[in-house]
Design a binder for this molecule. Structure first.
Ligand code: MG
Length: 401
């Protein structure tokens, strides 16, 4: 678990090692807890850059393009998918990291990996798969993201997974059930001790919220499920909307909405940066280890900022995520997941060769739970459209197999 093998950049070895541009409490490659499997470094790239690159080249990353954020992928080409969401999170997180003197490469790799473990059909898919897996340890998308980068990606001759650094893996594991934490070694410890991950991990987590709070308003309006009138009851929308409209009274509505969404991101990001800069100034953690030992997150918005976001989240939950048209789609989606799971667990011969051999291997090791886990891995890896097509191939007597 050391970084001894990661060689200094031959062009600027001193700058690479010391990173004078980073704050003392930032994550550094020189103090990284390293990779599970030691490997030689890259001549030109740092360890966190390599993590990002491994994520970008993974199969799971490409599949994010066809996975639901809120709207199922085939409902329209204009809506966010998990892929564009992840890129927006990386954009916001990188900007904030640079302002705060944190490690941009690390926040980028965490952001691009944070949603890899999502099932098809968003939260409805996750809930359905979790219910299917109840007897076998459940299903949780955060843990699945980690499982993908640690185990499921098969891209290297010497080890399973992507062999990412501890710091990227720490950032991917946002939440973890305390009952499962003891099985995760060093990575699970903070959930038992109530301590914190790196500032980069804390920051990326909140950049995720800023991204979806803002883009779900945009997609909600575009879909017609939300109206500007509805949103006027929410302060985080109303204030930037009124300001933008008085500045640009003639602007067509679509352009006005873009301006409002831009201001919503800016308001939340500014609040987060300013509050965090104050927290860091008063706590002045000496190193990343001090950050990790703290029991409270240091990256956090103001109380007022948190309350504004809470109001918007409640609004989106009631008016968008639980809208009957979203619910009709998600209830169909949940049925697709449930029926595929039951069919495959009941008869693994229905599975394609590769998935079937994984079922055999995990079943030999862990019995019925192993069989269920391998089926869950297969289903979780599907895109929305693949799950729909696979459902037809398994259940529709007329569909071609
Ligand atoms: Mg996300």
């Amino acid at each position: 678990m050391s970084m001894r093998g990661e060689q200094p950049n031959p062009v600027s070895p001193r700058l690479r090692a010391e990173r004078p541009d980073l704050a003392p409490y930032a994550a550094r490659e020189s103090t990284s807890r390293g990779r599970v499997h030691d490997e030689p470094g890259s001549r030109f790239r740092g360890a966190f850059q390599r993590d990002r690159d491994r994520i970008v080249h993974s199969a799971a990353f490409r599949r994010l393009e066809y996975k639901t954020q809120v709207f199922v992928n085939h409902e329209g080409d204009m809506f966010r998918t998990r892929l564009t969401h992840s890129i927006e999170v990386a954009q916001i997180a990188r900007t904030l990291a640079r302002v705060l003197g944190l490690n941009e490469d690390l926040v980028e790799s965490i952001a691009l990996a944070h949603d890899l473990g999502h099932t098809p059909f968003g939260h409805a898919g996750q809930e359905a798969l979790d219910a299917c897996m109840r007897e076998h340890g459940g299903f949780e998308h955060n843990l699945q993201s980690l499982r993908i980068v640690d185990v499921l990606e098969e891209r290297y001759p010497r080890f399973p997974g992507l062999n990412l650094t501890f710091e990227t893996r720490e950032g991917i594991l946002k939440h973890c059930d305390v009952r499962l934490a003891p099985t995760l070694g060093d990575l699970g410890r903070r959930f038992l001790e109530g301590t914190q991950p790196s500032l980069e991990a804390q920051l990326t987590n909140l950049a995720d919220e800023i991204a979806y709070n803002s883009h779900d308003v945009d997609d909600g309006l575009r879909s017609g499920l939300l109206t500007i009138d509805d949103l006027m009851e929410v302060e985080l929308f109303r204030e930037p909307f009124q300001a933008a409209r008085s500045e640009w009274p003639e602007l067509p509505e679509r352009r006005l909405i873009h301006e409002v969404v831009r201001r919503m991101i800016d308001l939340q990001a500014t609040d987060l940066v300013e509050a965090t800069a104050r927290n860091l100034e008063s706590a002045h953690p000496a190193t990343l280890d001090t950050v990790r030992a703290s029991t409270e997150p240091l990256v956090r918005p103001t109380e007022a900022g948190r309350a504004r976001q809470g109001e918007l989240k409640r609004f989106l939950r009631q008016r968008l995520y639980r809208h009957h048209r979203v619910h009709r789609m998600t209830s169909k989606a949940a049925r697709v997941i449930r029926e595929l799971f039951q069919a495959f667990v009941g008869d693994p011969r229905l599975l394609p060769d590769e998935a079937r051999s994984r079922v055999r291997a995990l079943e030999a090791r862990d019995g019925a739970s192993g069989r269920a886990r391998a089926v869950a891995d297969y289903i979780a890896g599907m895109t929305d459209r693949y799950a729909i097509a696979e459902h037809a191939r398994v259940f529709d007597p007329v569909a071609l197999s």
